[in-house]
Ligand binder design. Structure first.
Ligand code: CAO
Length: 228
């Protein structure tokens, strides 16, 4: 943590409308209740959707998956990483741990759900393997399972970006109805707070990355359309 605080942190926060992701999750969970996935997943939380969206946004902004290393002449250099090993902050009986889901770029939402389930189960009984905790390239923290709206996540030295999401809340927002008339309607709003290493990531890059990630969550069908 002391080393982390030597990194110049840049912060950005935003709101994401989760109504479409929520209905996508409900429909998927209704199907899984009848027919579990090949790995035995019977229900998913929001995390596998958010984690997959993160990986898809990283494809357009790989610099957010990079890290600062020592170059040949001893000066700082940037190392790009092709694997999206997404760290998940977990509140476990022995405190905070951050295992990572490896190679998210090659995993489906259901694959991610199965791996998260495994990591959560292992974490809850203190049985995570060292490999589960090593090699993370970017982190997502979900404080919303406990409560809270905004937070200021702290970077680890081996990463240049971390995101933290708050609790989804049902709140009033303006929107056009089917007749094109502006109305106040209820929306499910998720907040996200990003911290990035400002030596590497500028504000515009962070904002564009966030807009892409947010777009996938607000229109999850976009994710399906871009999967290879
Ligand atoms: N807002 C509202 N509801 C949420 C939510 C959010 N942001 N995130 C999850 N939920 C819901 C889930 O959908 C689930 O509800 P249903 O049963 O109706 O589907 C319920 O909360 C419990 O979810 P879960 O236990 O399956 O958790 P998850 O996969 O969403 O998250 C984990 C797992 C590991 C991220 C979480 O348990 C955790 O430990 N969070 C704390 C992280 C933390 O400590 N961060 C701080 C780091 S800095 O010190």
């Amino acid at each position: 943590m002391t080393e982390s605080l030597t990194i110049p942190h840049f912060g950005l926060s935003d709101e994401i409308t989760m109504d479409s992701s929520s209905s996508f999750r409900s429909r998927l969970n209704a199907r899984l209740a009848k027919a579990p996935s090949k790995d035995g997943v019977q229900r998913i939380s929001y995390m596998p959707i958010m984690v997959k969206a993160l990986s898809m946004a990283l494809k357009s902004y790989p610099i957010l998956n990079s890290c600062v290393v020592e170059g040949a002449d001893g000066s700082p250099a940037l190392a790009y990483r092709s694997a999206h090993n997404i760290g998940i902050a977990m509140d476990c009986p022995n405190g905070l741990i951050v295992p990572n889901v490896k190679n998210v770029q090659d995993k489906s939402i259901l694959d991610i759900a199965a791996e998260l389930q495994r990591l959560q189960e292992a974490g809850s009984i203190g049985k995570l393997a060292p490999a589960d905790l090593q090699g993370g390239t970017i982190t997502l923290s979900n404080i919303g399972t406990i409560g809270g709206t905004y937070t200021s996540p702290v970077l680890v030295k081996s990463e240049v970006c971390i995101g933290a999401v708050g609790q989804i809340q049902r709140v009033p927002r303006f929107a056009l109805d089917v007749h094109g008339v502006e109305q106040v309607i209820p929306r499910q709003i998720l907040t996200v707070s990003w911290s990035a290493d400002h030596r590497v990531i500028d504000g515009a890059t962070m904002a564009k990355f966030n807009a892409l990630w947010k777009g996938y969550l607000e229109q999850p069908e976009l994710m399906a359309s871009e999967l290879s």
